[in-house]
Every structure is written in structure tokens, then in C-alpha cells.
Design a protein around this ligand. Sequence first.
Ligand code: ATP
Length: 428
Amino acid sequence: MNDNIMEKIVALCKRRGFIYPGSEIYGGLTGTWDYGPLGALLKKNIKEEWWKSMVQLRENVVGVDAAIMMNPTVWDKSGHLAAFTDPLVECKVCHQRFRADRKSEIEEHEKTHKEKTEWTSPQKFNLLVKAFLGIIEGQQAQIYLRGEITQGAFVNFENVVSSTRVKIPFGIAQIGKAFRNEITPGNFIFRSREFEQMELEFFVRPIEAEGNKWFEYWKNERMNWYQALGIKKENLRLRKHEDKERAHYAKFAEDIEYNAPFGWSEFEGIHHRGDFDLSAHNLSYVDEEKGKFIPWVIETSGGIDRSLLFFLLDAYSEENGRTFLKLHPKLAPYKVAVFPLLANKENLVSEARKIYEDLRQDMMVAWDDRGNIGKRYFAQDEAGTPFCITVDFQTLEDKAVTVRDRDSSKQERVAIDKLPEYLQGKLK
Ligand code: ATP
């Protein structure tokens, strides 16, 4: 793997406007990140592709968008108040706190002290972020910002069943923010305190064979989705959870992991939640033939931010002195960039503006008339823009433009009136 690739990605993200440290002008806020113009587009494209594949193209999955703030009883019943914890240890020398189960971080920390480091014994640390609602001082109700978006799908289970035509097996999909008071946020956006999840809760009959069948099905679907959007097969693997690491709600679980520069790392979990949640919330399903029962749930729970980081890492390429992001066209923030060869030639600019205005009706198009063409290519390569279109003097005569391909840097002439068709074919 490329040396220092994390440093390179972090710098590129800042330089090009993908991701900035949160609240940077005030010294930042640990574990938060802000998405800039390119990052916001990339994130939106990931979400749109997920929604298309999980909701739009499936008859048996519907989407919801539940509130972030929920009645605190939800977190009591779901087991999060008691069990959504990480083991915390404190260094007795400098009082810095770490997760007891992250051996490598603890070893790294020990190296920073000359003396032998002693640690407190592990304590359970709850990850839920507290907030206070209401206007009367002293009488404000304490709530929690959701630690996972999942519960929003469960508490609406009966609402969805009664207001739509779904029948088991069916799924409820959702995308949204989650918050965790992580002990050690780090590795850029990999572990933050505010992040976004994309989740499917898929309800099946409580029969062993059904649970296993759908678990396998969703595992494959999700692995295929990442590959279809360009992540290299060799950088993906599935890993079964061991008994001791399984979440409090899970019967069994497997993680989809990415071969990150900091080691194989989870970015999506496939969990067999059994009837843990519906039972906890006292919810059930009534089948015309089989009567009332509590369905089992197969969950696919992915992180938007983690997958965005891995899409970037996987796309990062250095070839022949060129740095470019080989992002799948569906994910690329801008699909095309349009340049007039010279910014001070009115006829070139007006021809290029016409193309720009026309194409942007259907896709995100960048405009650049600064510096020379080489610099513009350089900037668009780092932004991951698949195609650059240049209007030159010949265009004024032959009504054709130069189209340059990001990955091969090959150029070809394309007639202006054929551009939409040409690009549509290439951007699939
Ligand atoms: P980890 O063991 O890394 O803390 P987890 O097993 O607690 O993760 P889940 O509760 O299964 O994670 O959450 C589902 C997904 O949400 C994860 O696969 C990940 O993509 C995302 N996620 C969880 N915690 C964070 C975080 N702190 N920052 C960014 N994404 C996160």
C-alpha cells in the first residue's frame, strides 16, 4: 500500500474541499468533521446509490426518516442504557483515557512515558450522548441523541405495517445521523462522535432456516454493492464476530471489513438481531394465516463516513507523476468539468458557457477558467472528475470539443451535439 496514504488523503480532502476539521476556526471539536463542497456531493451520491439499491429497486423494502431525539424509554427498553458501553481505562501517569479492548493503542501510549505505566481497572463507559430538552431551568428532561439509527425503525414497526402494504418478509431502510461519546475518536473520519449510518432492518419469520437464508442473502448483497461501486475485491473481507465481542442485541454477526492503512477495519455489520428489539418494545406482527408472532430481524448497518473514507482510499491513485481519484462515476462529486481554452477570449468562453449550462441540467458540472489547462486537469483529477471538456479555437469551426478521460488521460474529439449521449454512456 501507498506510504503515508492517510496523510495524503487527509491533506487532499482539506485542499480540495472534501472534509475539514469540525469548528476549525475555534480550535476544533474532537471527533467532529465538516464536509466541504466536494465531500457533501460525494456523501450525497453514496446515500443516493444506497437508497436506490435498498429501497427504490425493491418491492419489499420501504424507507423511513425517524427523529434523532426519542423518548428516553426507547433507550431503556433497547438495552442501550445498560449495555451500550465500552470498557474504559485511565493512564495513572497522565490521566488520558483509552478503550481497554484496543491493545495496540494502549501499547502505543505506554511508549510515550519513560516510567512504567499503570492503568486503572476497566470501567463501563456509556456511549450515549446526553441532551436536555425544555425551557424551564431545573425541570428540563434529559434525553439522549440516538446512538444508532436502528431504534427509529423498530418503534415505527407497527406504524409501517398498518400504513403500507408490506408483508413479511419485508424491510425498513433508513439513513441518518448517530452520536456516540467515543472514548478515542480517530483515524480521520473512521471513528467520530457524530456520524451517519445507512441501515436496513429486515423482518423475517422466526424460523432458523429463514433467519440463516436472509442473513446469507444480505451479506452477499452488501458485499456486491461495494464492489459494484468500485471497491477492489481484495480489499474487502467478511469477519465473523467472536462470542465476546458480539453486541448485546445480536444472535450472530459478521462485519464487512476494509483493508485500511491502519489495519482491516469494520465499516458495515450484518447482524442477526433475533426478536431482541421487537420483544423489548412489546411489538408483534399479525399474519392472516399464522396469527400473531414476533418476527426476527436481519440488519445491515453501514457507516456513510467510513465507507466514504474507504471509497476515497481505494480510489486514490498515483501514476506517472499524476495523482487522481479513480472514483466510480456514480460517486464522483462532479461528473464533468468544462473549460474554455483561454479565459480572455470572449467567443471561447461563450461557447464553453453554453455547453456548461446545457450539461448541468442533468448532472453536476464544474466550471474552471483559471490558470492553464494542465493546472485545471490536475485539480479535476484530485477531485475525481471523470471527464474534462475543453473548448478551443477549432471548436468554433468544427463544433466539436476535446474530451479528456481521468483514468487514461486519453483525449478524443466529440461533436457538441453528441456530448449528452456520449457522457451518458460513459457515466453509468
Ligand atoms: P466499532 O466496533 O468500530 O466501534 P461498532 O461495531 O460499534 O463499531 P455498529 O454499532 O455495528 O459499530 O455500527 C454500525 C456501523 O456504524 C459501523 O459499521 C460503522 O460503519 C458505523 N459507525 C459506528 N461507530 C462509528 C463511529 N464512531 N464513527 C463513524 N462510524 C461509526
